[in-house]
Design a protein around this ligand. Structure first.
Ligand code: C2E
Ligand code: MG
Ligand code: MG
Length: 765
């Protein structure tokens, strides 16, 4: 029996030692405490083992003392281990100096016992087998030690019980195991102490407790716990998860996964496996290889966008162990992406491509289909601004939407189309699908502003033939629009092709633009004067008309450059130069005693965007010391209409400063007679179109008569421009118009010619 126990004790020490070595590998905090438990436990067992082979009282006395001390520290460390293990935050109280002091005092007291014999005394006892051993008789200090030990045990047990009570079922087991070992040791020890047995069998429990400490502090992670946590996490995931074993048999499917392939929550994994197989087959996917597949589930507006992936799983030795199939719903992201894409690529009003995306898509299409013969067609609505002004912006917008819808409806051959801005659309289409006659026919039949407003919409189309020259689509559009410019204003021609002639004129425009600054410096820009004649034959002044005496191209009329400079903004430079020349001329005449002659200069609508008109003219008259009334300012209807209130205020200021403001080309735009009372100009220059011969001659004259009558009533003098015949002078005079300008009297002429004819001789016609 004795030797059997000795062997068991020795094995216990070895066990503890083994656990100690293994815990060395761990860096966990709990492993440090665990090691302390193991070391002290080894000392406890060792002291018992020594006792077995001794029958010497002194040895007993010392080993008892060592055993009791080690028990103190063992129980203390078990408590620390338990606190660490249970995660309670009371460790700082247990590790306090007071506790250490008590334990140290008890230890010293027990260690001194072999000398002082104050805590217990050893007494010889004979066993039934006649073996001698030493038991002990306890004294007060021993009971104090016992009290300390039991307090530590009770605290430890309390910790475990509280933890067990508070923890979910899956965690309880790991606390129960420790508690059972502890109870076993404590009970065994109590039996040994109470019945004074020869051998403390509970010491054997140390081996199991040591292993438990090692196992639970280093190794243990509950599989059950893991499994449960896994299914909680995976089950609750938004993603659908299906797991398959190495043979391809489904072993797990979370509820989202089941929903995705439409199997019920209660279906067995075998059923899931079957449905999954059918799903893969339907979508032409296989379990053999990893894939990432984008799947759209459901109908259009409620469609779900799902990314399905299959991934084979391997162990550390790269052996196939199964695979995971994952369904990720990215409908929200897909819709967001779609929305952003729409915003970035669509015109917000008409929902067709916006300009930049149209240019991009058309460019890509041309590059990818370089075999085909394509046309780039641009459209422009005649008088769109007028439609906006007369019928309101909303009607204008509705027209654009309607037009976009019409294009969309007709684009059945893969045409690419978009809105280029304002009232312009661009369409890239195959040549064979474009027919001018069809378009004309379509326009005649279809387009009205509204069902209620039977205002016919006139659409101009500019066509650019896409060649293989690598011309950017933006340039193609510019060219198609340039073609439109050639037919604008007319009613009959609706389609214009960009051709070489147009390209040449574009090139010419570019060259002229580049030459303007040089031309101004070299004084190639000249002012010509066209006399304005009063009915009595006097010539009180003239209109200043610009001419470009080009060294190579000859005399260029404003029609060949004014509009272009208006487009590129250079008009401001040109006009400023002309105005300065006019002022210089007035100054010259003033100095020669002809200060009664006036000159009227043209102001382009674009000048108002680039220049401070008021400042420039007031400075000019200051600089050349001329009377402001001698410098008449010709503005156009467009200028006023574009920014009514601001322009009216400016006109007021200019008139207040003494300038005479004239409304040029009155009647050529869409000003109404009504407007006359609001536009506070000094003089009305009536557009020469009213004098044109033709079908509407009579009608034109009637309108003319009304304008003249009305302006006379408003005390606003009228100048008629473009007077070419005597007859015209006659009926105009009858109508009440008394100032004329036109070829009948004189064509625009050089300044020297004008001076010679009208100034020096104070000529009267
Ligand atoms: P506008 O201001 O209405 O000038 C009158 C135009 O009618 C001039 O053409 C003149 O030569 C022409 N004209 C005068 N009498 C007759 C006639 O009896 N029959 C015909 N068929 N035409 C007549 P021009 O000089 O070619 O100028 C055309 C337009 O160019 C001007 O129209 C004006 O809008 C613009 N322009 C001319 N000079 C300047 C300038 O210095 N600055 C700006 N911004 N525009 C200018
Ligand atoms: Mg004019
Ligand atoms: Mg005019």
């Amino acid at each position: 029996m004795k030797y059997g126990c000795a062997v068991a004790f020795a094995i216990t020490i070895l066990c503890l030692f083994y656990c100690l070595v293994r815990t060395k590998e761990s860096k966990k905090k709990i492993a440090v405490v665990g090691r302390r438990v193991l070391v002290v436990a080894m000392i406890s067992v060792a002291s018992n083992l020594v006792q077995m082979f001794s029958n010497n009282e002194v040895v007993y006395n010392i080993t008892y003392s060592i055993f009791f001390v080690s028990l103190d520290w063992l129980l203390y460390n078990v408590l620390c281990f338990t606190i660490e293990y249970t995660g309670f935050s009371i460790i700082k109280y247990v590790r306090s100096k007071a506790v250490w002091f008590v334990l140290a005092a008890d230890s010293i007291s027990l260690l001194l016992n072999p000398i002082l014999g104050h805590a217990y005394t050893c007494v010889q006892v004979l066993t039934v087998q006649n073996e001698l051993y030493y038991s002990f008789i306890s004294k007060l200090p021993y009971y104090i030690h016992l009290g300390i030990s039991y307090i530590l045990v009770v605290l430890t047990i309390l910790c475990l019980i509280v933890k067990i009570a508070c923890s979910p079922q899956i965690y309880r087991r790991k606390y129960w195991v420790i508690l059972i070992f502890l109870m076993f040791i404590v009970t065994g020890d109590a039996v040994h102490l109470i019945f004074k047995t020869v051998i403390d069998v509970s010491i054997l429990g140390f081996a199991f407790a040591g292993i438990a400490v090692y196992y639970y502090s280093i190794v243990y992670v509950s599989n059950d716990l893991l499994n449960r946590l896994f299914s909680v996490v995976v089950g609750g995931l938004g993603d659908g998860i299906l797991l398959f074993d190495m043979d391809g048999q489904c072993i797990y499917a979370n509820s989202t996964g089941r929903k995705m392939i439409e199997v019920s929550e209660s279906a067995s994994v075998e059923e899931v496996d079957e449905v999954c197989g059918e799903w893969l087959f339907r979508n032409e996917l296989s379990r053999q290889e990893d894939f990432l597949y984008e799947w759209t589930k459901g109908k259009k507006s409620q469609a779900q966008h799902i990314k399905v992936s299959l991934q084979h799983l391997q162990d550390q030795k790269q052996r196939h162990v199964g695979y995971i199939m994952r369904f990720q719903d990215w409908t929200v992201q897909a819709n967001e992406f779609y929305r952003e894409h729409q915003l970035a690529t669509r015109d917000h009003l008409t929902k067709v491509y916006n300009k930049s995306y149209f240019l991009k898509r058309a460019g890509e299409y041309i590059r990818q289909n370089n075999e085909g013969e394509f046309l780039l067609v641009c459209s422009d609505i005649k008088n769109f601004k007028l439609i906006n002004d007369v019928f309101g912006m909303e009607t204008g917008d509705a027209l654009l939407v309607k037009l976009a819808g019409e294009i969309r409806r007709r684009a059945v051959h893969g045409e690419i189309y978009g809105r280029l801005g304002n009232d312009r659309f661009g369409i890239l289409l195959h040549k064979k699908y474009f027919s001018t006659s069809e378009i004309t026919q379509w326009q005649q039949n279809h387009i009205y502003l509204d069902d209620d407003i039977r205002y016919p919409i006139h659409l101009y189309l500019g066509v650019y033939e896409v060649g293989d020259g690598g011309v950017p689509v933006s340039v193609m559009c510019e060219r198609a629009l340039m073609a439109i410019e050639t037919i604008k204003g007319g009613y009959h021609q609706k389609v214009a092709y960009y051709d070489d002639l147009l390209r040449d004129s574009a090139l010419r425009e570019q060259e002229l633009s580049a030459e303007l600054l040089e031309a101004l410096k070299e004084e190639q820009i000249k002012i010509y004067l066209q006399p304005q004649v009063v009915s009595d034959g006097s010539v009180p002044g003239a209109e200043v008309l610009v001419r470009w005496e080009h060294p190579e191209r000859g005399l260029l009329m404003p029609s060949s450059f004014v509009e272009m400079f208006e487009r590129n903004g250079m008009i401001a430079k040109l006009d400023q130069y002309v105005w300065e020349q006019a002022c210089r001329q007035l100054q010259k005449w003033e100095r020669c005693g002809h200060g009664d002659i006036y000159l009227s200069v043209n102001i382009s609508p674009k000048d108002f965007y680039y220049l401070d008109i008021y400042k420039i003219f007031t400075e000019l008259i200051g600089k050349y010391k001329i009377a402001p009334s001698n410098l008449k300012l010709e503005i156009t209807e467009t200028t006023v209409m574009e920014n009514l209130e601001e322009q009216l205020a400016l006109i007021k200021r200019l008139r207040a400063a003494g300038f005479i403001v004239e409304m040029d080309d009155f009647g050529s735009g869409y000003s109404s007679l009504n407007m006359l009372k609001d536009i506070c100009v000094d003089v009305l220059k009536i557009d020469m179109a009213f004098l044109k011969k033709g079908e509407d001659e009579e009608r034109g004259r009637n309108i003319l008569c009304t304008i003249i009558e009305l302006s006379n009533k408003l005390d606003m003098p009228v100048i008629m421009e473009g007077v070419e015949t005597k007859e015209q002078v006659q009926f105009l005079t009858e109508m009440g118009c008394h100032i004329f300008q036109g070829f009948y009297f004189a064509k625009p002429m050089s300044v020297s010619q004008f001076e010679k004819t009208y100034v020096m001789n104070s000529y009267r016609l």
